[in-house]
Design a protein around this ligand. Sequence first.
Ligand code: ATP
Ligand code: MG
Length: 564
Amino acid sequence: MAENNNFIYDIIDEDINSGKYRADEIHTRFPPEPNGYLHIGHCKALIIDFGTAAKYGGKCNLRMDDTNPAKEDTEYVDAIKEDIHWLGFDWDDRFFYGSDYFERTYQIAEEFIKKGLAYVCELTRDEFKSCRGDLTHPAKSPYRDRPVEESLDLFRRMKNGEFPEGKYTLRAKIDLASGNFNMRDPVLYRIRYIDHHRQGKKWCIFPMYDFAHPIQDAIEGITHSLCSLEYEDHRPLYNWVVENAGFDKKPIQREFARLNITNTVLSKRKLRYLVENGIVDGWDDPRMPTLCGLRRRGYTAASILDFIGRIGVAKSNSMVDMGLLEHCIREELNMTAQRRIAVLHPIKVVVDNYPEGKTEWFDVSNNPNDVNAGTRKVPFTRELYIDSDDFAEVPPPKFFRMKPDGEVRLMGAYIVKCGEIVKNPDDTVAEIHCTADLETGNGNPADGRKIKGTIHWLSAEHAISRDIVMYDKLFTRENMNDLTSAESTDDAEETQTSIDDVSYMDFYNPDSALKITGAKLEPSLADAKVGDKFQFVRTGYFTVDSRDTSVFNRTVGLKDSFKI
Ligand code: ATP
Ligand code: MG
């Protein structure tokens, strides 16, 4: 990481200096919920988790946070592992599932009941809400003083499946008047009759995140539990659980800013909506901010690590310009990507004074930024393609490309002068006739005349045809965040219904994937493999699509859209 210092390191340094931990005892975890693919926001979190452990010579666990049984799937587990490996991190044998601790978590819940720290409540969902109180009124909880024996019996029967969903919950007994609503006797367990992807039907009661997570951290010996800022208000509850569960070693939770990026959404739920409704072509659609989407788009792991390093680890949330991420890959590919020629919107050019059947081979640079990249030969013939954008029949001022009676350099080859323009019946250009300055060749004219424009071209006879997809912003609105209510961690279902899916879909960009069929490409691109990345000269950076290798995806254009 580019970052040398941040507030998390300061906290850990203090713990080391005070003798609380040795550096190699620093132990973090990355706890993704396997209900979707990792997006670049998770990427920030996992780089902090794995990167912090690496910095101190400590350890980082990978833990699937699968305590909530809904929508979890092994497909996601495998994809999460693949993405983390792709970024260059590993967890050795420290791979865990939160659900592996269900038994222990249950035992701790029973202990809490016995110690008078938890009770079984039978308020309905709506009653619970209306009893929550407000800043000036404490919450009401009519079942708070239920005798320990009764709570214990009910809790066991909840576990045994004797009650329907919603009939009872287990609640912590903390402080109904707390200014922090998370401390107003939060729910610890609820009844859910859903098969768990690993536990099957074994459990019908499931712990809430706020109860399960600190216990999982403590069991694994995590020293620093790092998470995004929305968990800050949950920290007192985290501490309360750790304190009362009687663990010798007590992990601490610290929070960093959540990553937000312009013109996209970083929420698995919203991303899943796009996938499930066929709006995008899967989780790895190249427009998606998922790691697999970015990879298919042509991003490298190095460019993503660079990006996360540049934004740094701060304590307040902010919105990062997508242009910065694009800048990171552009900067890398500018140095590493081989140059190739592609004509996206071809028009035929006939060089009238060039012999039919003749082929000449001109040397062109593979990468002017890399002396070792060498050159390659491209064929020149009488019939060529140029891009229709490089021709103007009625040229605007300062148009130095091909125009009637004008001269232009064909990159690395001849200067040509535009002659007759042949039209189709619909008045579009069918072909352009030119005369080449065969005397000058690819050098400078002896008479000293200046040729201002250079355009790229391909031999019509040699070019191959491919489809190209030009990707753009997924959403037209810069800040997609203020459309959503804050994510709540203690009541997942509530969050799911309170956000209006339609409101953010109003800003879906219908032009976010424009397919160009029949683009003309240099013949050497016929052998391009998945993962190969090129600069198509004067056009942008492109990569072979991993699902359909006859398609090239545009990673980014050539120019920065904002100032670094
Ligand atoms: P989502 O809202 O996309 O569903 P989540 O927080 O529910 O995200 P988890 O799988 O629970 O997803 O997250 C794993 C870790 O990633 C958590 O520690 C969380 O703090 C962190 N994380 C998730 N989104 C971001 C983000 N945008 N920026 C930074 N960290 C994030
Ligand atoms: Mg979550």
